[in-house]
Write a protein that binds this ligand. Structure first.
Ligand SMILES: Cc1cc2nc3c(=O)[nH]c(=O)nc-3n(C[C@H](O)[C@H](O)[C@H](O)COP(=O)(O)OP(=O)(O)OC[C@H]3O[C@@H](n4cnc5c(N)ncnc54)[C@H](O)[C@@H]3O)c2cc1C
Ligand code: FES
Length: 359
């Protein structure tokens, strides 16, 4: 494999004004959301992938192209009201938009940028989960728990390129390592059956292949609160939780901190969190791992807990749960079930819960 498809050579840039006095430029290869973030406008978002609906906005004047007109983040009602998703919108003219955005840029975050990386290391963690390290020029600046948008060679051409230039589909993947000066970006990517991009990463990418990295993005990063933490990962959600745990273990107060690591998979062959827990064991006060399989197969040899991971989290199983920071990553159904249980049944404050749903 070689590199991702290149975009067109010279493409126009359009002026965007937000109607509240803010303005920025958006190129034809960028989305409204990303251009806003690159310009320091703290636009509201979560997944950057069209799934969550957090980045909805109204177009007041001008024309926008929709990368994925069927994106799940917009309901039929939203569409009737003329709402659009900033993460799926590319301006075709100068535009005025009513965009939800905070007053100040997220103080602790790096501005997202695009860089080209090469695959420098790969290893299989399980039958369908592969760790991939990319090396790119400059420092890898991100916060533990954040993600990047990757374009990999061989990805299907994006059906919605507004300028007709061939451009590969991008997907969001979370970094599993820590920020570093060596330009190393590490990911753990799970093959989704029939998936357009994940299968290429797990089965086809080779050392030396070129991958475009656009990031960092995401708000569910390790906070500086001084609290003990709980991390909950399901399936493909392992990477950001590994990064959060590694980040905590690096801190000066790590020796006083406790980590409870919950990992849910379908079958015993999906289990692989132990090496990441062992890695930090001698640097934190205490780390516990609870792994559960959701498939009910009496012949699979599993002697640990069975069922959905949210069922195992309780005040009895995590001491001081209400005073911990809780990080969650994985499929939306799992994430929503954990959040519901924490808030509605266990009385945990939403301020202590930080999550990314993997649409
Ligand atoms: C913020 C964020 C961070 C993410 N981080 C990671 C990560 O670190 N590692 C990782 O492996 N993935 C991660 N993902 C998921 C990833 O972006 C892709 O959605 C996933 O790899 C599937 O892409 P695909 O092109 O192979 O499948 P698609 O062609 O997009 O989808 C094929 C089918 O699979 C379903 N599907 C999509 N994603 C999933 C999923 N995660 N689990 C089950 N079914 C799914 C779709 O609904 C569709 O029906 C993250 C997603 C988000 C939004
Ligand atoms: S951030 Fe746009 S739909 Fe999730």
């Amino acid at each position: 494999m070689t590199g991702p498809e290149a975009g067109a050579a010279t493409l126009p840039t359009h002026a965007i004004s937000t109607g509240d006095g803010r303005s920025f430029e958006c190129g034809s290869t960028d989305t409204l959301l990303r251009a806003a973030l690159r310009a320091g406008v703290a636009a509201t978002y979560e997944c950057n992938s069209g799934g969550c609906g957090t980045c909805k906005f109204t177009l007041t004047s001008g024309e926008m192209h929709q990368l994925d007109p069927d994106a799940a983040g917009l309901t039929p009602r939203d569409k009737r009201k003329g709402k659009m998703l900033a993460c799926q919108s590319v301006p075709l003219t100068d535009c005025e938009v009513a965009l939800q955005a905070g007053d100040a840029w997220f103080a602790d975050q790096s501005t997202p940028g695009v860089r080209s990386g090469r695959v420098t290391r790969v290893r299989h963690l399980t039958h369908d989960l592969r760790e991939m390290t990319l090396t790119a020029p400059g420092a890898a600046e991100f916060l533990p728990g954040q993600f990047a948008m990757l374009t990999v060679p061989g990805a299907p051409i994006h059906r919605g390129s507004p300028d007709g230039a061939p451009r590969g589909l991008e997907r969001a993947y979370s970094m599993s390592n820590l920020p570093n000066d060596d330009g190393q970006w590490q990911f753990q990517i799970k093959r989704v059956p029939g998936g357009a991009v994940s299968g290429i990463v797990v089965d086809d990418l080779d050392i030396g292949d070129e991958v475009l990295i656009d990031g960092p993005y995401g708000h569910a990063h390790l906070k500086d609160s001084g609290r003990d933490i709980v991390v909950v990962a399901g399936g493909s959600g392992l990477a950001p939780m590994v990064s959060v745990v590694r980040g905590l273990a690096e801190r000066a107060d790590a020796v006083d901190r406790r980590i409870d690591f919950y990992y849910g998979g379908r079958t015993p062959v999906d289990m692989c969190a132990i090496e990441f827990v062992d890695e930090v064991r001698d640097r934190v006060a205490r780390v516990e791992l609870v792994e559960a399989v959701s498939m009910d197969d009496a012949d699979d040899g599993w002697t640990g807990p069975r069922g959905f991971i949210h069922a195992l989290i309780d005040h009895d199983t995590v001491d001081g749960l209400a005073d911990r920071d809780i990080y969650i990553a994985g499929p939306p159904m799992m994430t929503d079930a954990v959040v519901r249980k924490l808030v509605l049944e266990l009385g945990v404050s939403t301020d202590n819960i930080h999550y990314d749903r993997f649409f």
